[in-house]
Ligand binder design. Structure first.
Ligand code: ACM
Ligand code: ZN
Length: 760
């Protein structure tokens, strides 16, 4: 009876009972009595099928321990000493299966969607055995085994003998596609850095590196037939006047592909089309609609110069490029991008319009479909299939195409319903270039790649998910900070997919991994935003601030000019105040940015504004009281304080309930033209005693031109010496209308972002 209860408990709580902190959590892990002792006498034995994996383990083991282990072939093994045994059957490749007469195509299809990689890791006093269903399974078993080693193995300081608590682990992945996108275009990453990430991916049992190789801001892959792509297209002049860039030679790419392959990682290269192609057009002007000479782009955004779809030489170019790409990358998919392609140039291009007429197409959206289908057909002749961002669904896509859903999961749902394979990477959970304010580790861990409302019949089309590491704001040295610990969290979702997963339990295992990352020099970030401010308005119209800390023993430092002092986390502001606080973890790690809270104490505080609009659900500014809560939006438009709306003038009316006098009024606006956020043309401030008859108090013109670059919070305020009496004050911000003709998103609705209507 006692034994029975013991077993039931272990099954129920999994790894929590063992001393091992495995990420992703294995399907099952049971602690067994006794220990296995690793010392110099242990033989590392491998069957031929997985000897490459065994050799990689031995190389790691020797670096961890300073040992001189070697691989003993299982076929000649004497079985006289303690051992670590690796065993698997040969993996039959899909290619081999396809070439075998009589193989049922249904079976082939099933094989493509089956992740493979199952393993059992079992130990007793005599030895450890890692058995895989294929060499990939052994490889994953080895990753688990490495995570069972003490942390000093990661700095080469492990000393033998060492005792492992015996366990038996059975494990296999849930999703076949477990990926990371690295954008090496906005910022370049070195070959060593990419290999390091391949190691990190492997360690967390991820199996796809989506390599974003072409962009507006840089072409990063050597193409022999078109040398200007890398001579010209790989280099841009940044705003500071400095030349920036780089590219990968074919030899480097072959080396990386081989390195990934040895770690059971498939690389999907992304060659963007028809949009995000400014660097290619800068190298070969005839590829664009206007044939004008344009430079490689140095700003971030979406740009209207895209490949001309009317010109056959564009397709000749892309086919030549893709031919060389297919030779380099053995995987089944080529990513062709397809996202964010403004149609403005096509609308004004004779050749594109002639193509629309000749092909009997309805519009530019169908011209994009024509473009993608033509490329997909070409790639089929090379034995490849396309995957593209969810925009490729607009207007219909080839049957064999897979879709990567990024603008939410809706594109993925639609694609699955039409029988297309789907990779999920919605901005809501998978964009790790976003700050922790919008996507923290717990949110990532809660992600379900299978949307709840997707009917069971279509679920098998969801191949998995990717975390997207776009690098506009993350040069190589920032990438660790964005990906750790969020990437391991997504890895666990995709591998384990435990419906009853508990973040708190994952966090416990993360604790051990932080120590490993310290030894591996991974410059990981925080799991969540460590500090939030909770504010409330007091009876006497002051603002009470309280720091909400994660973890609770976070240390806070208040910065005051050049000096700073430790801060308890409470304050009542009776006047306009700007707080700057640094957050330091209990282990002494300082959060990268300091936290700035800008408070405005004014007469409208706490009075609900009447608005003429419903704010965007993405930018509510914190809900109903956002415009009069005393907390001002910061220089990050995603900070949760800015309230925003597209396509209209914004109006907010304050009813003070009685006559007041005031001398100063205004509001703050955000301007960031590249993100389609424009400062208003004017802010009109009016006042009234009855809410019916209004008088103008001030009209404040825009302080900058709409084309001004940069991310700018702007003040629209007026102060008068003589006080004005009023019960109502009305603020009207006038939109510039759709994005102007010079803008790359010409004609699209623009945004107004504002926060806090202030009356003093
Ligand atoms: C994307 O983020 N434009 C795919
Ligand atoms: Zn054209």
């Amino acid at each position: 009876m006692r034994t029975l209860i013991f077993i039931v408990l272990i099954v129920a709580t999994g790894a929590a009972f063992g001393q091992y902190s495995i990420i992703p959590q294995p399907v099952s892990m049971h602690v067994k009595p006794g220990v296995f002792t690793l010392d110099e006498n242990v033989e590392i034995v491998s069957k031929e099928a997985c000897v490459k994996e065994a050799r990689m383990f031995v190389a790691w083991l020797n670096s961890a321990t300073g040992g001189r282990f070697e691989v003993v072939p299982a076929e000649t093994w004497q079985y006289s000493k303690p051992f670590i045994l690796f065993a698997s059957e040969d993996a039959k490749s899909i290619g081999e299966l396809k070439a075998t007469p009589g193989v049922n195509p249904r079976y082939l299809e099933m094989m493509e969607k089956t992740p493979g990689g199952a393993y059992t890791l079992s130990m007793d006093e005599r030895g450890m055995t890692v058995t895989g269903t294929d060499p990939k399974g052994v490889f994953y078993g080895i990753q688990t085994l490495m995570q069972m080693f003490p942390v000093n193995a990661y700095s080469g300081e492990m000393r033998l003998p060492y005792q492992f608590t015996n366990v038996i682990i059975k494990d296999q992945p849930k999703f076949a596609h477990r990926g990371l996108l690295l954008d090496c275009c906005r910022h370049f990453m070195t070959v060593d850095f990419i290999k390091r990430y391949i190691d990190h991916l492997a360690y967390y049992k991820m199996n796809v590196l989506h390599w974003h190789l072409t962009e507006d801001q840089g072409w990063r892959i050597e193409i022999e037939k078109y040398p200007r792509l890398t001579e010209v297209g790989a280099w841009r002049i940044n705003a500071d006047g400095k030349k920036y860039g780089g590219y990968y030679t074919k030899a480097q790419i072959r080396d990386i592909v081989q390195y990934a392959n040895a770690r059971h990682i498939t690389i999907i290269p992304e060659i963007e089309m028809p949009g995000h192609s400014v660097a290619a057009i800068a190298a070969y002007h005839h590829l664009g609609c206007t044939k004008e000479h344009i430079p490689v782009e140095h700003e971030w955004g979406v740009f209207k110069d895209i490949y001309c779809a009317g010109n056959d030489s564009t397709f000749q170019f892309l086919e030549d490029v893709l031919t060389e790409v297919c030779e380099l990358f053995p995987g089944p998919y080529i990513h062709i991008g397809g996202d964010e392609a403004p149609k403005y140039r096509w609308e004004h291009c004779d050749k594109c319009q002639a193509r629309i007429a000749a092909e009997g197409l309805k519009n530019e959206a169908q011209l994009q479909t024509y473009f993608i289908e033509r490329i997909a057909k070409f790639l089929e002749t090379k034995g490849k299939r396309i995957i593209g961002w969810d925009e490729i669904l607009e207007g219909g896509i080839p049957a064999s195409a897979a879709v990567q859903s990024w603008r939410g999961v809706e594109g993925g749902i639609e694609a699955a319903k039409h029988g297309h394979n789907v990779v999920m990477s919605p901005t809501s959970h998978c964009y790790f270039d976003y700050g922790l304010e919008s996507i923290d580790t717990e949110k990532v861990y809660s992600f379900d790649p299978i949307p709840a409302d997707l009917e069971a019949a279509y679920r098998s089309y969801i191949l998995g998910a990717e975390c997207n590491m776009w690098t506009e704001r993350a040069p190589q040295e920032e990438v660790d900070d964005r990906l750790f610990p969020r990437m391991p969290a997504l890895a666990e979702v995709l591998w384990s997919y435990n419906p009853s997963r508990q973040y708190i339990e994952f966090e416990r295992r993360l604790g051990a991994h932080y120590k490993i990352w310290d030894r591996m020099n991974i410059r990981y970030g925080f799991a969540t935003v460590p500090l939030k401010f909770s504010t409330s308005i007091t009876q006497d119209k002051k603002i009470a601030v309280e720091a909400v800390k994660t973890p609770a023993d976070l240390k806070l430092v208040l910065v005051e000019g050049k000096s700073s002092k430790s801060w308890e986390g409470k304050l009542v502001a009776a006047e306009n105040t700007t707080l700057e606080v640094k957050a330091i973890s209990p282990s002494g790690k300082e959060f990268k940015k300091s936290f700035v809270l800008k408070l405005a104490v004014h007469q409208a505080l706490g009075i609900r504004a009447q608005m003429n609009y419903e704010p965007s659900k993405y930018y509510t500014g914190g809900g109903e009281g956002a415009l009069t809560d005393g907390v001002m939006g910061s220089n990050n438009f995603r900070d949760g304080h800015w309230q925003a709306k597209t396509g209209q003038d914004l109006q907010a009316t304050i009813d003070f309930g009685k006559e007041i006098t005031f001398t100063k009024a205004g509001s703050n606006f955000f301007h960031y033209a590249n993100a389609w956020i424009f400062r208003p043309e004017e802010l009109i401030i009016e006042y009234s005693s009855d809410g019916k008859v209004w008088k103008e108090w001030a009209t404040i013109p825009a302080p900058i031109e709409p084309s001004q670059s940069g991310e700018l919070p702007l003040e629209y305020f007026t102060t008068k010496s003589a006080p004005t009496t009023a019960r109502y004050i009305r603020f009207t911000a006038l939109t510039i209308g759709p994005c102007p003709t010079w803008h790359d998103a010409v004609g699209e609705p623009s945004w107004i972002f504002w926060d806090e209507v202030v009356v003093e």
